[in-house]
Design a protein around this ligand. Structure first.
Ligand code: ADP
Length: 403
């Protein structure tokens, strides 16, 4: 296949990120990247940088809604200043129970993905909107849905089943797992020597951890929704269901409207909990580290809960994998928060995980384990856009999409 410009669209609840690569059979050359960020605010950001990180555009527009945000992106992409895409890859967080393979987007596929919006309510509606817009904006250009759940499709039934009445399983309630494109991109970067027993901790605003055997996902911490698993910036992670019932009963004291009550519970679970809830201050690790340095006990407790939970999952995954060859940290906290990595690994010597203090004193890609550590510990930034391009190239070439 001759090199073609492939556009990647990656939408979040308040941002649309995009990048383009010139991609052929074995070639990946970044052309540009950009984002509109701050959707829903008066002072958003809209920027585009070239492959050498030189700013080509830098604006602070009002972004009242996603339509305005996408219009800006579309306008720039159609301006003639950038190569027209030959194919487009869309990051899709969750395809639900019926869309589990990466594939070419059709209007029917978008409808199907939309019908399971409730599984990823912060992400799916905007992704659906952008997929529809992209189909009409670039007629004839093949668009592909690349799923965050795809990497986790190899998890066995004992991992995916939820211990609830079977009728709900029929509605798609099961463990899906998320951050899959990030995990795949770590495995891809480790090739050709992918360790047999690998744990990857993706620690960003959302946080999750996966056990990977022979490059294939065995288990992951997130569940039906990205609110499951680890405590993260604003989400509870796994929690005693009795807590949810307690909060629901409290909410029911002030409303008899069931939808209102469910929405209020959703807000507590996914926007007010996690690091923010426990600290009462911030969901951002940088703020919390500053507060800890100033002696704030609640910030200390929140971060301790975070690192303690991750250490516990690592222990469980080492047992599940029957040992460990490599632990990888990725995501904003995994790549940059030296103290979190040290605190997570502090008690894991018995599992063969030992950090080197000096080597860990780093931000970005590095090997940080001590010389005698049985498991290698590394920091590897994710390469999600590149991974999406890899899938698009394979699908364009008519090959089965096995990463
Ligand atoms: P998202 O899940 O939104 O993609 P990121 O992967 O960008 O999030 O991670 C955001 C988190 O990374 C925040 O908690 C932020 O404080 C943390 N982070 C980023 N840079 C640093 C740093 N230099 N030191 C500590 N934490 C950092």
């Amino acid at each position: 296949m001759p090199p073609l410009p492939v556009l990647v669209l990656n939408s979040g609840s308040s941002s649309i990120k995009f990048s383009a690569y010139e991609a052929g059979a074995g070639e990946r050359k970044k052309l540009f990247e950009g984002a509109v960020d701050g959707i829903g605010t008066d002072l958003g950001k809209f920027w585009i940088k070239d492959a050498d990180s030189r700013k080509l555009l830098d604006q602070t527009p009002a972004l009242p809604n996603r339509a305005v945000a996408f219009k800006l992106v579309a306008g720039a992409l159609h301006s003639g200043d950038f190569p027209s895409p030959a194919a487009i890859g869309h990051r899709v967080v969750c395809g639900g129970p019926t869309v589990s393979e990466n594939q070419r987007i059709t209007p029917a596929l978008i409808d199907e993905i939309e019908s399971y919006s409730a599984l990823a309510p912060l992400h799916t509606p905007i992704a659906v909107y952008i997929m529809r817009q992209a189909l009409s904006l670039f007629p004839g250009v093949p668009n592909f849905a690349i799923l965050d759940t795809y990497f986790h499709r190899t998890m066995p039934g004992v991992v995916t089943v939820m211990p609830i009445p079977a009728e709900y399983a029929g509605m798609g309630v099961r463990r899906y797992g998320y951050h899959g494109i990030s995990y795949e991109s770590i495995v891809y970067q480790l090739q050709p020597e992918v360790p047999e027993r690998l744990i990857v901790a993706h620690l960003g605003n959302g946080a999750s951890i996966s056990a990977i055997r022979g490059g294939r996902c065995l288990d992951t911490s997130m569940g039906l929704t990205p609110s499951g698993g680890l405590i993260s910036g604003t989400r509870t992670g796994d929690i005693d269901p009795g807590v949810l019932l307690f909060i629901l009963h409290k909410i029911a004291e002030t409303t008899t409207n069931a939808t209102e009550a469910a929405d209020a519970l959703e807000t507590v679970v996914s926007k007010q909990s996690g690091l923010l809830g426990v600290s009462g201050q911030s969901n951002d690790m940088r703020d919390l580290r500053e507060a800890i340095a100033a002696g704030n006990a609640k910030a200390r407790l929140a971060v301790d809960k975070f690192t303690w939970t991750i250490a516990k999952w690592i222990g469980a995954f080492v047992a599940e994998l029957g040992g460990l060859d490599m632990l990888v940290f990725t995501g904003g906290i995994g790549e940059n928060d030296i103290a979190s990595r040290a605190e997570i690994c502090a008690g894991l010597g018995a599992l063969g995980i030992e950090l080197d203090r000096e080597r860990n004193n780093v931000r970005g890609a590095a090997t940080i384990s001590a010389e005698g550590s049985r498991a290698t510990v590394r920091v590897i930034p994710p390469a999600e856009d590149l991974m999406i391009v890899n899938h698009v190239v394979r699908l364009l070439g008519g090959q089965s999409d096995q990463a």
